[in-house]
Write a protein that binds this ligand. Structure first.
Ligand code: NAD
Ligand code: TYD
Length: 351
């Protein structure tokens, strides 16, 4: 079937894996990647598909209502996969406003543009909003997040994502917009910007720099390999029920300190270092303000209704991730030069 699919945030970490999957798997779709190319967007992530006949890139900021409206006036669109966002909790603590503007207002700009174009004729149309498990807040030592868990966001990032989720649902209930939402746990894998725990730690290990662990390193995250998330997104886009929410997670909970110790041992082996060399870089630093203790997803609904399961064990996924970063050191060099140095200084200097 011929379809035009707009993917926002396609030059970022998860978006680039979604673009690659869709461009290769659906040659009949016209895939449009709309991305503002903020510090987190990088077209180098997409060099293998950039010349594909069914792929087109548009540099555009979703905060720019006029530009978004002009695009939707000119270009019929069947499906939207909305991933563009400010995505890093620490940046949201330092400067929340960009999160309000992009994650909330940018999302509403897209909802309005879709609504204006589709004008109540929703046959074959779909607005898919990609969100995070962080909207549910923080768990104690027990329990999981379900689709019906009440929202309790606790960082400016998660509050902005929660707000956008509410607005997407409101457009469904009020205007009948055909929406679907997924809330996913922490992703890891190739092409993740080294502000997030795993790539930042790999970069510091390689360069024999301190590995900053917030607080006691006892916070727990549920990690999912990015290609498994992209597969789930493909499934939900095509088979998910309109108006529904699906949780996506890896059933793979790790304390930060245990994860980093495992990563250290992988790096020592791959770099032929004495065992314990990388772990010697672990440095406990001041905790993140309002640091959520634990996230854990119950992904039974997507498993039972759509047949999705994570495919990779964590040890295997981490090996693949480390291999990718070690063999793409130029990518890492380029994204950590310039502005990154200023970011790193301001975020870690006084911790
Ligand atoms: P990312 O920061 O790597 O990429 C975000 C992309 O959005 C970048 O390419 C950036 O240029 C683009 N962007 C940012 N602001 C924009 C704007 N105003 N207009 C247009 N483009 C803009 O993020 P990611 O980790 O790939 O996350 C993608 C989505 O998935 C986000 O919505 C995030 O909330 C969600 N999510 C992420 C995770 C995770 O672990 N990374 C987990 C669950 C959900
Ligand atoms: P992060 O990758 O920023 O994802 P999120 O905050 O969205 O879960 O952080 C993952 C965990 O690692 C989180 O508990 C915070 C912690 N962390 C550190 O201990 N040190 C760091 O330098 C970073 C970036 C994160």
């Amino acid at each position: 079937m011929k379809r035009t699919v707009l993917i926002t945030g396609g030059a970022g970490f998860i978006g680039s894996h979604v673009i690659r999957l869709f461009v290769n798997k659906y040659p009949d779709y016209q895939i449009i990647n709309l991305d503002a190319l903020t510090y987190a967007g990088n077209l180098e992530n997409l060099t293998d598909v950039e010349k594909a006949p069914n792929y087109r890139f548009i540099r555009m900021d979703i905060r720019n209502k006029e530009a978004i409206n002009d695009l939707f006036d000119q270009q019929p669109i069947d499906g939207i996969l909305h991933l563009a966002a400010e995505s890093h909790v620490d940046r949201s603590i330092a400067e929340p406003m960009a999160f309000i503007e992009t994650n909330i207002i940018g999302t509403v700009n897209l909802l309005n543009a879709a609504r204006n174009q589709w004008k109540g004729n929703y046959e074959g149309k779909r607005f898919y909003h990609i969100s995070t498990d962080e909207v549910y807040g923080s768990l104690g030592e027990e329990g999981h997040f379900y689709e019906i868990t009440s929202y309790d966001p606790r960082s400016p990032y998660s509050a902005s994502k929660a707000s956008s989720d509410h607005l997407v649902r409101a457009y469904h209930h009020t205007y009948g917009l055909p929406i679907v939402i997924t809330n996913c746990s922490n992703n890891y894998g190739p092409n993740q910007f080294p502000e997030k725990l795993i790539p930042l730690s790999i970069h510091n290990m390689v360069n024999m720099k301190p590995i900053p662990i917030y607080g006691k390193g006892e916070n727990i995250r549920d990690w999912l390999y990015v290609e498994d998330h992209a597969r789930a997104i493909d499934l939900v886009f095509h088979k998910g029920m309109i108006g529904e929410t699906y949780n996506i997670g890896g059933h793979n909970e790790w304390k930060n300190i245990d994860l980093i110790r495992l990563l250290c041992s992988i790096l020592d082996r791959k770099l032929n270092r004495d065992s314990g060399t990388s772990a010697g870089l672990i440095t406990y630093v001041t905790d993140r303000a309002g640091h959520d203790l634990r996230y854990a997803i119950d992904a039974s609904k997507i498993r039972q209704e759509l047949g999705w399961e994570p495919s990779l064990q964590f040890a295997e996924g981490l090996e693949k991730t480390v291999d990718w970063y070690l063999s793409n050191s130029e990518w890492m060099e380029r994204v950590t030069s310039g502005e990154y140095q200023t970011y790193y200084e301001s975020m870690y200097r006084n911790r």
